[in-house]
Design a protein around this ligand. Structure first.
Ligand code: MRU
Length: 349
């Protein structure tokens, strides 16, 4: 059974339990967030990370925020709720699942405006639990929809971590691999280590090894060579935000991998839930790209590897254009040759 990455424990006075992903792979430790600030901090520092898991952190974060709103006056409650969602929205900018989760909670509150505050709070609790349960079935559906793309004997390259740790428990890109493994297919995975925070090296390899899947770690700059050697038959990655035309933001380096795949004639798949689509933006040019601290590059994991004072550019994501994507695997079906029209065919307007 996969481990739950993040979940709400208890009733409205409860707390969030999550795997502290900054400690993996050496230490598997659950931590508890009891208040709004601690979940914001957990998102910001990547204790919880990966777009769908961030979505769950958002909805459970709202529950932590409303724990401290002790009012019966609906108007005051709605004002305080807005402060909570505004605050959580400042944690990370790129994964749209954060904003999707916050909007879902706001919508439930709005739709039940006339009810007593304590009832609205109960409905918000139910909504957050629904989001976390839905994610489990959505990921399994993504696995089922994508499994045909992995054939016996294949080598599959992935970048960053789009596994159970990036979702409630089963992953998106890795869901396809878990499903292929469950079906008894024999294949090898090559995991890019994913500089600078090493989600591939620390998390993807850990998850795949635990599932008994044959996985080999490579440095990011080895992908071209490994492809040239004929070891890769497909690339499968996750996404943090997908525009209406199919352009997909994912961990920095994904765009480069897509160009390499194209050059070598290797199909490039993105696996993501519908909640990762941002249909309000027409193309990937509008996706906000998070920039993180220079220390992640110069002093990763406590060891200085560049001179003090060096200028650093550290964007955490890049955008793969739809033209480089063979198909996007969602829970609703597969979007072949992504384009505005083809996205609409599967997702509707
Ligand atoms: O900075 P991170 O670790 O949150 O970045 C995560 C990714 O880029 C994942 O590939 C993406 O969120 C897909 S998760 C199913």
């Amino acid at each position: 059974m996969p481990l739950p990455t993040i979940e709400w424990e208890g009733n409205l006075e409860g707390r969030v339990r999550l795997i502290d992903q900054t400690r993996l792979p050496t230490e598997l430790k659950y931590i508890y967030c009891e208040d709004l600030k601690s979940i914001w901090h957990a998102i910001k520092t990547l204790m919880v990370r990966g777009a769908p898991a961030i979505g769950i952190a958002a909805v459970t974060g709202v529950l932590l925020g409303i724990k401290d709103i002790h009012v019966d006056d609906a108007e005051v409650f709605f004002k305080e709720l807005k402060n909570v969602t505004n605050y959580l929205a400042t944690s990370r900018p790129t994964a749209v699942n954060l904003f999707w989760g916050l909007s879902r909670m706001e919508r439930v509150a709005q739709e039940n405006q006339g009810k007593p505050v304590h009832e609205i709070k109960e409905l918000l609790l139910q909504e957050a639990i629904d989001v976390q349960n839905e994610d489990k079935s959505i990921c399994r559906k993504i696995g089922e929809n994508g499994v045909k793309y992995i054939k016996d004997g294949d080598g599959v390259l992935t970048h960053c971590n789009a596994g159970g740790l990036a979702t409630a428990d089963y992953g998106t890109a890795l869901a396809v691999m878990f499903k292929a493994n469950e079906q008894g297919k024999k294949f090898k995975v090559y995991a890019d280590e994913t500089r600078p925070l090493l989600q591939g090296a620390r998390l993807t390899t850990w998850e795949l090894m635990h599932a008994g899947i044959d996985v080999t770690l490579i440095c990011d700059n080895m992908a071209a060579h490994v492809m040239k050697l004929g070891k890769i038959q497909c690339v499968i990655v996750g996404a943090d935000r997908i525009a209406a035309n199919g352009d997909a933001a994912n961990k920095i380096g994904t765009y480069g991998v897509s160009i390499l795949a194209k050059e070598h004639g290797i199909p490039f798949y993105v696996a993501a839930p519908v909640s990762t689509f941002d249909l309000t933006i027409t193309s990937g040019d509008e996706i906000p790209i998070e920039e993180r601290s220079s220390e992640e590059v110069t002093c990763g994991f406590g060891k200085r590897t560049a001179p003090e004072g060096i200028k650093v550019f550290n964007p955490a994501f890049d955008v793969t254009p739809a033209k480089n994507i063979t198909a996007i695997i969602t829970e609703k079906g597969v979007i072949e040759s992504p384009s505005t029209e083809n996205v609409q065919k599967i997702l509707g307007q």
